[in-house]
Design a protein around this ligand. Structure first.
Ligand SMILES: [Zn+2]
Length: 240
């Protein structure tokens, strides 16, 4: 192990191999047999691609371990079969969950954003935040806090797709990237995740259904007609 400055707590410690995308996302997809594939447009060293890349220069073991519980929850939650739970929400089909753990789910998503931002790994070069926002996020993560729904809002949507695309949806992790300097998008295992990288989303309609302490509302998105899907296909073709 190499000694260095932990980017989270700021202490000089032994730095561990930190997974940027939580390792639990890449544990074998239940029922489908094969582990998920990480899709990226980056053409550099792909050695750790199947695990979503590691970085040996950002985190000490204690800081990294402090997120294990939340990350295990995220992995378990996204792998879970929620199919039967769709309900109507403002006239559209949505998956609504009032009993999920807001603190754990959001913490795992926010720490993933933070690690991707902090990492010098070029696969995450499209993830960036302004200095002040990044420092605010770091302080929250040190305390294990996720704030209210409006604080770095997170939206989780679900892909609704034809059966033939189901494996593409369920077995793919897509590189996170920042759009319009305002939010980060990524896709894990058939769930699209948006994270506002500004402290307050203001009137950004994208974050109307941000997850909150009360509930998670995941609108079912038409998968095959989206730009997101085109990008997924593009990345998928490039990776073969
Ligand atoms: Zn640390």
């Amino acid at each position: 192990m190499k000694k260095g400055t932990c980017q989270l707590c700021g202490d000089t410690r032994d730095l561990i191999k930190a997974h940027i995308i939580p390792r639990t996302i890449f544990s074998k997809t239940r029922g489908l047999g094969a582990p998920p594939q990480f899709l990226t447009s980056w053409e550099g060293n792909q050695g750790n691609k199947s695990e979503g890349f590691i970085d040996k220069s950002i985190l000490c073991g204690d800081c990294d371990n402090s997120f294990s519980d939340a990350e295990n929850y995220l992995g378990e939650y996204l792998h879970r079969n929620h199919t039967a739970a769709s309900q109507a929400h403002n006239g559209v089909t949505a998956f609504i969950d009032e009993a999920y753990d807001y603190g754990k789910l959001k913490l795992a998503v926010l720490v993933t954003l933070w690690r991707a931002e902090i990492s010098s790994n070029e696969a995450f070069c499209d993830v960036y935040m302004e200095k002040e926002e990044k420092e605010k996020l770091r302080k929250m993560l040190v305390k294990g806090e996720v704030g209210s729904a409006g604080c770095f809002p997170v939206v989780i949507s679900r892909w609704k797709s034809e059966e033939k695309f189901e494996p593409v949806c369920r077995q793919t992790v897509m590189e996170p990237r920042v759009i319009n300097n305002s939010y980060c998008e990524t896709s894990f295992l058939g769930w699209k995740i948006l994270i506002c990288i500004k402290e307050n989303a203001g009137d950004n309609v994208l974050f109307e259904n941000a997850i909150s302490k009360d509930k998670l509302i995941a609108i079912d998105q038409a998968f095959e007609t989206s730009d997101f899907f085109k990008r997924l296909v593009e990345l998928s073709l490039n990776s073969n």
